[in-house]
Design a protein around this ligand. Sequence first.
Ligand code: FAD
Ligand code: SF4
Ligand code: SF4
Length: 471
Amino acid sequence: MGEIVELNSVIDGEPVTCACALGDLTEFESVPVDRRVMVIGGGITGITAAIDLGNAGYQVMMVERLPSVGGRMLQLSETFPTLDCAQCTLTPRTVESGQHPKVTLKTSCEVEELKGEPGDFTVTVRQKVTYVDWNKCTGCGTCIQKCPSKGISLFERDAGRMTAIYTLSPQAVPNKPFIDADRCRYLTRGKCGVCAKSCPVGAIDYNQQESFFEARVGAIIVATGFDIYDWKNKMPEYGGGKIPDVIDGLTMERYLSASGPTAGKIVRPSDGKEVKEIVFIQCVGSRNPELHKSYCSRVCCMYTAKHARLYKHKVHDGQVYVFYIDIRSTGKGYEQFIQQSVSEEEIIYIRGRAAKVFQNGDQITVQGADTLSGRKIEINADMVVLAAAMVPNEGAQELADILGIKCNDDGFFVEDNYKLSPIETGHQGIYIAGCCQGSKDIADSSAQGSAAASKVQVLLSSLRRQNQEAV
Ligand SMILES: Cc1cc2nc3c(=O)[nH]c(=O)nc-3n(C[C@H](O)[C@H](O)[C@H](O)COP(=O)(O)OP(=O)(O)OC[C@H]3O[C@@H](n4cnc5c(N)ncnc54)[C@H](O)[C@@H]3O)c2cc1C
Ligand code: SF4
Ligand code: SF4
């Protein structure tokens, strides 16, 4: 019996084009079920787990809900504490996951149902539509160049605009485009069709339908990562998303990125003017149990210092202010990184929460208090960057319900025992790793990805041994 079953490749008697194109399932099916693993989420955590397992001889299916893998790290400019280029560090890994003979990428996919037991789970996966037949698409990019519809880009956030057909990033893996149905003129109004006319291989398929398939696997690693706290709707005191020059840290990453929409120039979103005075506010939504999230997001002190330093590298005469409650820099080399920011880059740290941010003529005014001197502070700036809390990714609770695992009150997946078994869940055979378990940096995320891969191997080899002994 084939273990990968197309559940609805035919709808209403008509054959339906399956959006899944890449990832040869023959290889995946070629080994017994207890040598197959599913990794849900294709960020740095999931990629690390998948490559480790693949190198150990397991067949891995990586299920990613976006059209390409890489997760949030792909959006980062340079990374603390070493200031390495994020893309240069990550791209070899995304490419490896895409080319690894033992890793099958299933992008634009989400898990719908789970049956079975450790060692033999059956997972139903929903394959969403991309409106592009990736089996035909060569990734030439002609459609992207010709598309007349410009709008919000999932990837560039508020920093840049994108056509309605696009790849998530220039280095996307797989490097094939998809259509954003909400912005496509043909799919919303029935007018346009430019991409279909310009595609040299006829890959555009406006009638593509979603489909479902089943995969049998021995174990599952969940690595669905994080999102940014919805400060635009929940924090009117910081402009509620209505002041164009108030952005969040992830958008700042896109401004700082050499491959970003401004080629690394720090300009005001409102008028493209170079930013000469900039205010960073830490703990936006974090450590505020009364109104927002009670926990510390763990990376904001570090990435704010990184942003401040990278900004100063680009705008030498720029002035930087940072509002902070206290600095948490517990990783290896992190404290030195902070100290360098203060001493070498002349960044002014103000201890206290910023109370209010508002548009004031051409500039933005930030009001707060310096709790060390007891003085009220008011700064006029060109741009304000909010280090917004990290929260679990959308749909985490629904996925937990499907998998039979738990989320805590903040929505992060709950581990079996925080100290002794932080990767295991209450459901044997299902493991959690990376930011879906709690906010953390890249080093800790990759470490948990590798840890989860090891745990899977321990479980599956011990189940194999038990089965052999029983025979
Ligand atoms: C502004 C900012 C700057 C940062 N800078 C640094 C830095 O300089 N250095 C550093 O060490 N750390 C930094 N970090 C932290 C770093 O981004 C994270 O540690 C890292 O991205 C976590 O990786 P992850 O794979 O766990 O999650 P993610 O990167 O979020 O990846 C999760 C993946 O899972 C997918 N997914 C989600 N739900 C589902 C689902 N239901 N089904 C299938 N797939 C799903 C997502 O689409 C995504 O691709 C920064 C964070 C922020 C916010
Ligand atoms: S049909 Fe849609 S995606 Fe294609 S070119 Fe027109 S607007 Fe762009
Ligand atoms: S023009 Fe056709 S082949 Fe080229 S990237 Fe677009 S869909 Fe793919």
